[in-house]
Design a protein around this ligand. Structure first.
Ligand code: KG4
Ligand code: ZN
Length: 399
């Protein structure tokens, strides 16, 4: 099974191609070869606005997708230009491509020039993130993938971005990093599985009773935890995106220096709230006098400790309540070393029989390899004809 995936939900354009081989591993897992795995970050474009500007993101995706697809195909040895391909492409396919990409004229122009003349590559399906995310950004990837599915007559697998973050935890990088292409092992997952998904747009506890049985049992009622990291960073005058900046400062700060609130720590549900914590930091900064470098480090450390404590306590309570066999962490904030370490040691101490999976740091941020993995397990494969009705859904939810 060879899948090509397209991810454009926010400010990274990403394309990956991977193949899957079942049963060849000692532990019965699946061997995944990342034939190509490329991410183009737009951080520089959005940094001066202090956050992602949806229409700028869309413009960048439109610019990036065609050259990135060609690079990905070339890297996977699947780029075959045939002079006959244009002539052989039935005229109705070309007309339909024009119709699908009519709202993306720049993309259509590049698509006709550089994609239509290619021989359809040897892949089994195309996966695309249809949501959640920023609508204009999502639509670019969805329309691009619909056009590809139609042109190459391949099935389309609409994939949820958060399912991607969830499955990223299970892509275990092979021990030999020099191997080309990079090999990952996807172990057999034991259910029930609980996933703590923490990103710039979401903070969710997702319970899976079996394959494709997702249920959100708790989520943030206001800001996502990544958003809180970004906002606190802005309050402290740090650059965008703030998560990694806060983490860097926190390493050298005292997490007990400033007592900050732990919102919803003791509520009986599994929901979160981070906007009050952010506001508490705002007041602290106002009251603390001149913001010296050491004060910044202590505030960053105190904020990070508060956020992590709530995440871990609620996750552990859910883990015990649902008697889970597997715990996974995923999303951009899963790159946070303090969170990874604290959750790992708490699980080892309190639930030592629970298998714990965290993504390789290179797979925490948005990427298309995680979309390939989620698509592989998806039961939502659409035929090329039915794929035409696929729509982006900015508020898509798991389950
Ligand atoms: O998953 P992601 O790349 O994009 C979304 O789907 O939102 O997550 C991005 C979020 C940003 O808020 C960013 O500040 C945060 O992840 N982040 C971190 C760290 N690295 C990225 N937050 C805390 N510590 C980090 N090391
Ligand atoms: Zn994400």
């Amino acid at each position: 099974m060879k899948i090509l995936a397209v991810e454009t939900s926010c400010d990274e354009t990403a394309i990956a191609i991977a193949d899957f081989h079942r049963g060849s591993r000692k532990n019965g897992g699946i061997r995944v070869r990342a034939l190509s795995h490329i991410v183009s970050s737009q951080v520089k474009v959005h940094a001066k606005f202090g956050g992602v500007v949806p229409n700028l993101a869309r413009r960048e995706h439109e610019k990036n997708l065609v050259p990135m697809l060609r690079s990905a195909l070339a890297e996977a040895h699947l780029l075959k230009k045939s002079h006959r391909a244009v002539a052989n492409t039935p005229i109705h396919r070309c007309i339909k491509v024009e119709e699908i990409l009519q709202r993306e004229p720049n993309l259509l122009r590049q698509f006709k020039k550089s994609i239509v003349p290619l021989t359809p590559p040897d892949i089994d399906a195309i996966a695309v993130t249809y949501g959640p995310g920023l609508a204009p950004a999502l639509w670019t990837g969805v329309n691009f993938s619909r056009a590809l599915a139609h042109l190459w007559n391949k099935p389309l697998i609409p994939t949820n971005h958060m399912a991607g973050h969830l499955y990223s935890a299970f892509l275990q990088k092979s021990e030999s990093p020099s191997l080309q292409p990079t090999i990952y092992n996807l172990p057999i997952i034991e259910f029930h599985l609980l996933a703590l998904l923490v990103s710039g747009g979401h903070t969710e506890l997702v319970l899976m009773a079996g394959p494709n049985k997702f249920k959100i049992i708790g989520e943030t009622r206001d800001d996502a935890v990544g958003e809180a990291f970004d906002k606190v960073a802005r309050i402290l005058g740090l650059k965008y995106p703030g998560g990694p900046e806060i983490a860097r400062l926190a390493e050298k700060g005292d997490p007990k220096k400033y007592p900050l609130p732990r919102p919803m720590l003791h509520t009986r549900d599994y929901d979160f709230s981070f906007s009050g914590l952010k506001t508490a930091v705002l007041y602290l900064v106002r009251d603390v006098g001149k913001l010296t470098p050491q004060k910044k480090k202590d505030i960053a450390a105190s904020f990070q400790a508060a956020a992590i404590e709530v995440l871990i306590k609620k996750t552990m309570r859910a883990a015990k309540e649902y008697k889970i066999k597997t715990l996974a962490l995923g999303g951009g904030v899963a790159a946070n070393a303090a969170l990874r370490a604290a959750l790992g040691s708490t699980i080892a101490k309190d639930l030592p029989d629970t298998a714990f999976f965290i993504p390789d740091p290179s797979l925490c941020g948005d990427n298309a390899l995680m979309i390939v993995a989620a698509a592989y397990f998806s039961d939502k494969k659409k035929s090329p004809e039915r794929a035409m009705s696929l729509r982006a859904d900015a508020n898509a939810r798991l389950g």
